[in-house]
Design a protein around this ligand. Structure first.
Ligand SMILES: [Zn+2]
Length: 426
C-alpha cells in the first residue's frame, strides 16, 4: 500500500473501458437470455453457464485453477420444477410469477380442491386451530397474510410459527396452502421438497371470494445433483505464491415450470461480468500477486459452491492476501456498499482513497460482517475480504423483472476501474 504502488497502479489502468462495458453487456444479455434457463438446475442451466464461463477463461488464456480443469465438481440436493405449473382459481387461469408463485419447495400435485379460509388471528387459538386443520383436510387452506398489519410483532411471530408448522407438518392432512400477499412476488431456491404446495398469491389478482382451485405442478426432487464451480488463475509477476481471490456466483433461481424463468441479470450475471472483465484486464496486464477468479454455483441454495471451494481449495487459503466477492453489480447511482468495510478498515480507507482521487463512484458505504453471500465461507475461515454490491436503481430482485433490458449498469465502467486500481495497490 505504498505510494510507489499507487503510481504503478495508475499506469496499469489505461485500458480501453468502452470495450469493457460492451463485453459486460454481452455477458449479461447472454447469461440472462432464455437459453440459460435462469442458470438453475432445470434443463442443465448451471452446466450451460459453466461451459460459457470456461470458454471465456480459455479465450483469455487464463490457467485452469484445478489441476488440469477449470471446474470443481460437487453435488447438491435441490427441488426443481421442470414441468407444468398451472393454477386456476374459480375457473380463472392465473399467470405464473405475475399473479402467483408456488414456493420453490413445491411437490408434484394435481387435483381440484375446495378452498377454506382461516383468519390469521384464529390460528393462534388452539381449539380454533384444531377445527381449521380438521375442515381443511381435503381443501386448500387460504390465509390472508395482509392481516399482519393489524398484529403486534409478538403476535406476528407466533402466527408465522404456526403457519410454518402448517406448511411442513406431515401428520396433518391439508393438501395445500394459499397465502395472500400485497408484497412483490419474490422467489428463491430450495434444497428440500415440502410435504404440500404453498401458493403465494397477489391479492389484487383475485376478483371474487375463492371457492375452488385446480392445481397442477410437476416438480422433481434431486438428492444428488452434480454441479460445478468454475475457476481460473493468472500467475503473479512478482509474488506468484500470494493470492488475490475475486469471486461471483453464476447460479440463479432457474425455472418455475417449463415456461417461466428467472433471468437474474443483476443477480448475478452482473457480478460475473465484473469478474470476467477483471480477468480479461489482468490477463493483458500481469498482476503482482496471483489473481484467482472463481465463479460459484449454488449460492442461492445457501452458498454451497463457496463452501465446496473453501473446503477443498486448489490454493493455500492461508496465502490469500484479500478476497472480493461481487454480487448485484449492475446499478450504482447511489454508489456501493462494502460488507466487512468496518472490519478491514485499512482496505476500506484505501478503496475510498482510490475512489476520491479519480472521482469514480458517487459514494462508498461500509457495513459490518454479514453472512449474505459467498464471502461468508471465506470469512468463516478467517480470510480477509469484502463483499461489494451496488446501490440505487432498479429494485428487481429474485423476480422475472431482473432482466438485462432494464439493468442500468450506471456505474459499471467506473466500478471496474476502481476495482482494478484497488487490486493493483494491495
Ligand atoms: Zn446473488
Amino acid at each position: 500500500m505504498s505510494r510507489l504502488f499507487i503510481t504503478v497502479g495508475f499506469i496499469l489502468c489505461t485500458g480501453a473501458f468502452a470495450q469493457d462495458i460492451d463485453y459486460a453487456k454481452q455477458v449479461i444479455s447472454q447469461l440472462s437470455s432464455p437459453e440459460y434457463k435462469g442458470r438453475g438446475y432445470v434443463g442443465d442451466g448451471d452446466k450451460i453457464t459453466a461451459k460459457f464461463i470456461t470458454n471465456e477463461f480459455i479465450k483469455m488464456n487464463a490457467n485452469p485453477a484445478f489441476k488440469d480443469s477449470y471446474t470443481q465438481k460437487f453435488s447438491v440436493s435441490v427441488n426443481t420444477i421442470p414441468g407444468i405449473v398451472s393454477v386456476k382459481l374459480n375457473n380463472i387461469v392465473l399467470i405464473p410469477a405475475i399473479d402467483f408463485l408456488v414456493e420453490s419447495s413445491c411437490p408434484s400435485v394435481r387435483g381440484t380442491f375446495s378452498i377454506v379460509q382461516a383468519k390469521r388471528a384464529d390460528l393462534s387459538n388452539p381449539s380454533k386451530l384444531e377445527e381449521i386443520i380438521r375442515i381443511s383436510s381435503t381443501s386448500f387452506l387460504l390465509i390472508d397474510n395482509i392481516e399482519r398489519k393489524n398484529e403486534s410483532a409478538e403476535q406476528t411471530k407466533k402466527i408465522d410459527d404456526i403457519i410454518s408448522f402448517l406448511k411442513n407438518d406431515n401428520q396433518i392432512q391439508i393438501p395445500g396452502i394459499i397465502m395472500y400477499t400485497s408484497d412483490k412476488l419474490t422467489w428463491d431456491a430450495s434444497c428440500f421438497q415440502n410435504v404440500r404446495p404453498i401458493i403465494i398469491l397477489k391479492k389484487e389478482s383475485v376478483i371474487d371470494s375463492l371457492i375452488k382451485i385446480e392445481f397442477f405442478v410437476e416438480s422433481k426432487y434431486i438428492r444428488r445433483y452434480n454441479t460445478q464451480n468454475v475457476a481460473a488463475l493468472i500467475p503473479g509477476a512478482v509474488s506468484p505464491d500470494s493470492f488475490i481471490v475475486v469471486t461471483a456466483h453464476y447460479d440463479h433461481l432457474g425455472m418455475m415450470g417449463k415456461d417461466t424463468y428467472f433471468p437474474g441479470a443483476n443477480d448475478n450475471a452482473s457480478g460475473l461480468a465484473m469478474i470476467l472483465n477483471l480477468a480479461k484486464h489482468f490477463s493483458e496486464n500481469k498482476p503482482k500477486y496471483t489473481m484467482v477468479f472463481v465463479a460459484f454455483s449454488a449460492e442461492e441454495l445457501g452458498i454451497l459452491g463457496a463452501l465446496a471451494f473453501t473446503e477443498n481449495s486448489p490454493i493455500n487459503l492461508g496465502k490469500i492476501k484479500f478476497m472480493v466477492n461481487f454480487d448485484l453489480a449492475g446499478t450504482g447511482e447511489e454508489g456501493i456498499k462494502v460488507v466487512n468495510g468496518t472490519v478491514y478498515k485499512k482496505e476500506f480507507i484505501f478503496l475510498n482513497q482510490v475512489n476520491n482521487k479519480d472521482s469514480l463512484l458517487p459514494k462508498i458505504e461500509s457495513r459490518g460482517k454479514a453472512c449474505n453471500s459467498d464471502q461468508c465461507a471465506f470469512d468463516e475461515k478467517g480470510i480477509p475480504g469484502f463483499y461489494i454490491y451496488t446501490l440505487g436503481g432498479i429494485k428487481a430482485y429474485h423476480d422475472i423483472h431482473d432482466r438485462y433490458e432494464t439493468l442500468p449498469l450506471t456505474e459499471f465502467t467506473d466500478y471496474c476501474k476502481l476495482m482494478i486500481r484497488f487490486f493493483n495497490l494491495l
